[in-house]
Design a protein around this ligand. Structure first.
Ligand SMILES: [Mn+2]
Length: 262
């Protein structure tokens, strides 16, 4: 295994451990926060996001799923990990289900299958499983990859272990546009309805959720409080979208955010 790659992964793992599973971003430090959906090996999409938004008073939150599906998984991941080390406070890399392959396997997983060296595979697995689960803004906006765990308060997210039910809700969870709370397990994808969404957002003191992961979800759900975005050509030519949260005003619904293409 390449020595530079080993150092990159080890340094990122330490940084993820230091920063914890639940990240908090405040309006004192940033003017705006840019949320980026699944990039899935779309290196060019990540490059465009960094070029355009890596600025002193802008925070960028990637919502997970950096690998598999698209043609440049490894390059995409390395670009983002290097940028994370360079800008540890401005850039956040949340964990998606594709980073959690070793907690819950799935197929096809072309990136993970391409790693032939067991030591390299183990180091990738360990590092990516240390990625944070959620980013909370002081303005009542929360970002996760999939859905919401049924925990009592936001701080409980910090203690969820990879592979646990709460973790599975966060990285594998889907939302359906129906009433109801837990709707069932569809081959590992836990499905939730409006009642679950509203109860957990109330418990967490959050108004708007930004997430990715579920290509069949409508852009806006639950009275515009749940936004689903993708930032990858792996999902089609019109899916390089980001959501920008301005921190100089009140955010009531996801309609108060700016949706832009990159
Ligand atoms: Mn996903």
């Amino acid at each position: 295994m390449d020595e530079r790659e080993r150092t990159l992964l080890e340094n990122c793992r330490k940084l993820f451990e230091q920063q914890g599973r639940l990240l908090r971003l405040s309006a004192e430090r940033f003017d705006q926060v840019v949320f980026v959906g699944d990039t899935h090996g779309d290196l060019e999409a990540s490059e465009r996001v960094l070029e355009r938004f890596l600025r002193p008073r802008t925070a960028i939150v990637f919502l997970g799923d950096y690998v598999d599906r698209g043609p440049h998984s490894r390059e995409n991941l390395r670009l983002l990990l290097r940028a994370k080390l360079e800008h540890p406070d401005r850039l956040s890399l949340l964990q998606g289900n594709h980073e959690g392959f070793h907690a819950m396997a799935f197929y096809p997983a072309d990136f993970w299958e391409s790693l032939q060296d067991p030591e390299e595979k183990a180091l990738y697995a360990e590092t990516l499983l240390r990625m944070p689960y959620a980013a909370a803004l002081s303005h009542g906006v929360l970002g996760v990859h999939g859905a919401l765990p049924a925990v009592e308060c936001l701080e409980d997210i910090e203690r969820l272990e990879p592979g646990s039910e709460g973790w599975q809700a966060l990285v594998w969870g889907d939302f359906q546009d129906v009433e109801g709370s837990f709707l069932g397990d569809w081959g590992g994808r836990l499905r939730f309805g409006r009642d679950h969404f509203e109860r957990q957002m109330e418990r967490f003191g959050m108004r708007v959720l930004i997430r990715s992961h579920q290509p069949d979800a409508p852009l806006y759900l639950y009275d515009n409080r749940c936004l689903t975005i993708f930032t990858s050509h792996a999902y089609g030519p019109r899916e390089r979208t980001v959501a920008i949260v301005p921190l100089d005003r009140e955010i009531r619904t996801a309609r108060d955010l700016r949706i832009e293409d990159v």
